[in-house]
Write a protein that binds this ligand. Structure first.
Ligand SMILES: CC(C)=CCC/C(C)=C/CC/C(C)=C/CC/C(C)=C/COP(=O)(O)OP(=O)(O)O
Ligand SMILES: O=P(O)(O)OC[C@@H](O)CO
Ligand SMILES: [Mg+2]
Length: 246
């Protein structure tokens, strides 16, 4: 099954966001992989707003060597590529109006990406205000959509779909204080049939459950696990109890 089909296949899948700038120690990465496997994590997302190609390649090759969990590139720029990954989110930052993040990075890496053996997934990337300035907003020099304005967020999601994007990623930004309103996902799900990813500031099993219930296909967790790797043990317990309940 390709990665987009796997994303589409059900709601409530989990992605662990690995920031290569914060995983330079191999021992730590191996512990992360082992705990992620026990926790039945569905995807590794790899990327960051200020990461170099060398850092991406090094982390991806270690993940590939030590795990079967699919690796999805979540790039902050046109140089965050690695042929050893399984898929690339070809992000279009459509909540913003910065041409570099709408088309510039894409042109820079176009020929190279076309020749790579990667599944390329055209993705609407929509930043929602998460209650603090985030690295992504700063680096991309874009303004997130006001959190309470579901109408703009919804229309942006629909516009991306009409432009042919295969996936919508709502992000409140790494370390957000408030995560994306679940209601937004519920509303967009009623209107379009492509899958939805949500991330930014997700720190509890209750939030994971809430996003799963509104039909989010993939729920991304980064900072919470960077701060406390044992949150993966809570996820393991949750996953095993929800599998039993089926
Ligand atoms: C087409 C290609 C290859 C790239 C597109 C480039 C675009 C449009 C990127 C979107 C904007 C952006 C900068 C996204 C970064 C996403 C990301 C991996 C965020 C993770 O945030 P961190 O950088 O980890 O934040 P911290 O500083 O909190 O760690
Ligand atoms: O690090 P956190 O806050 O979990 O955010 C994950 C990701 O969606 C950020 O782009
Ligand atoms: Mg980070």
């Amino acid at each position: 099954m390709n990665i987009l089909d796997k994303i589409q296949s059900k709601s409530g899948q989990l992605a662990l966001l690995i920031d290569p700038e914060k995983t330079k120690n191999e021992e730590h990465l191996l512990e992360l992989i082992q705990k992620a496997e026990f926790a039945l994590i569905d995807f590794f997302f790899v990327g960051g707003s200020t990461v170099t190609r060398k850092e991406v390649e090094s982390v991806v090759s270690k993940l590939k060597k030590n795990s079967e969990i699919p690796i999805v590139l979540f790039p902050g720029s046109s140089n965050q590529l690695s042929e050893q990954a399984d898929a690339l989110l070809f992000l279009n930052l459509i909540s913003g109006r910065n041409p570099d993040f709408l088309i510039g990075h894409h042109v820079s890496c176009a020929e190279e990406v076309l020749e790579m053996n990667l599944e390329v997934i055209p993705t609407s990337y929509i930043l929602i205000d998460g209650g603090k300035m985030t690295s992504v907003a700063y680096v991309s020099q874009t303004t997130p959509i006001p959190r309470e304005n579901n109408s703009i967020s919804l229309k942006t999601g629909i516009a991306g779909y009409l432009m042919g994007q295969k996936l919508t990623y709502f992000d409140a930004g790494s370390g957000a204080v408030q995560s994306v309103p679940p209601q937004l996902i519920q509303e967009l799900k009623k209107k379009i049939d492509t899958p939805i990813i949500v991330g930014g500031g997700i720190r509890s099993i209750e939030q994971i459950e809430a996003y799963k219930n509104v039909g989010a296909n993939v729920i991304v967790i980064g900072n919470k696990i960077e701060e406390n790797i044992d949150f993966l043990l809570d996820i393991e317990t949750y996953q095993k109890s929800s599998f039993r309940a089926r």
